[in-house]
Design a protein around this ligand. Structure first.
Ligand SMILES: O=P(O)(O)OC[C@H]1O[C@H](OP(=O)(O)OP(=O)(O)O)[C@H](O)[C@@H]1O
Ligand SMILES: O=c1cc[nH]c(=O)[nH]1
Ligand SMILES: [Mg+2]
Length: 218
């Protein structure tokens, strides 16, 4: 499916159309962007896209005393948040989302993509308790084949999570289609949808290997 077909078919795929986001994504693409800057940009984008991905959280009015009078004012209500990072590259994004909600719980799913099979291999899993009572925000900068995100969300659902949303920065149309076929109930908040995958299942034009660029490995 093309980008346009995907956006027509699914009304819960949100591409963040904001000049700051666009500008920062372009800086990430630049091969001359330093490790330090790359890491900072990923974190900033986590905050910006996290802001959009939490726009519909419920609030409730409570009574408070201002220095001048009593007023009914809104506060967040309802389910607690849990940010789930798909390591490694998700960690930078998670830090950015946590700036919005510093008391959120954090889950870690360790996956690496086997270069031959392109299938994710699990090496770590640690989640807070009661995931069924939380709004889960799964984060990973890259959605290529979609296999890693699909597997991470499969795990959340097996643990009882039902209120899940997903944030990424760069997505390939192939990955979005696979993701939506596997998890039609999970809303996607995406920085940009790129052209597609190359023969190594890298996103084009993309940014290369996000984990390597965040941590200066390779
Ligand atoms: O959609 P997919 O085809 O599954 O590819 C995307 C995955 O690949 C990258 O992780 P990688 O395996 O490079 O691990 P890393 O974060 O440790 O670098 C990326 O951060 C995603 O998790
Ligand atoms: O383009 C890609 C694909 C998978 N993982 C990455 O980090 N980049
Ligand atoms: Mg990597």
């Amino acid at each position: 499916m093309t980008r346009e077909q995907l956006l027509t078919k699914y009304d819960d795929i949100f591409v963040i159309n904001h000049p700051f986001v666009k500008h920062k994504l372009t800086s990430l693409r630049d091969k001359n962007t330093s490790t330090r800057e790359f890491r900072m940009l990923v974190e900033e984008l986590g905050t910006l896209i996290g802001y959009e991905a939490t726009r519909d959280l419920d609030t409730i009015d409570i009574e408070i005393e201002t220095p001048l009078e009593t007023a009914m004012c809104p506060v967040l209500k309802g389910k607690k948040l849990c940010i789930v990072t798909i390591m490694r590259a998700g960690n930078g994004l998670a830090e950015g989302v946590l700036k919005l909600s510093p008391s959120a719980r954090v889950g870690h799913v360790g996956l690496y993509r086997d270069p031959e099979t392109k299938q994710p291999v699990e090496y770590y899993l640690k989640m807070p308790h009661s995931v069924n009572e939380r709004t889960i925000i799964v984060v990973d900068p890259m959605l290529a084949t979609g296999n890693s995100a699909i597997m991470a969300i499969d795990k959340m659902k097996k643990m009882g999570a039902s209120d899940i949303r997903f944030i990424c920065l760069f997505a390939a149309p192939e990955g979005i289609q696979a993701f939506k076929e596997a998890h039609p109930d999970v809303a996607m908040y995406i920085g940009t949808i790129d052209r597609g995958l190359d023969e190594h299942a890298y996103i084009r034009p993309g940014v290369g290997d996000a984990g390597d660029r965040i941590y200066g490995t390779r």
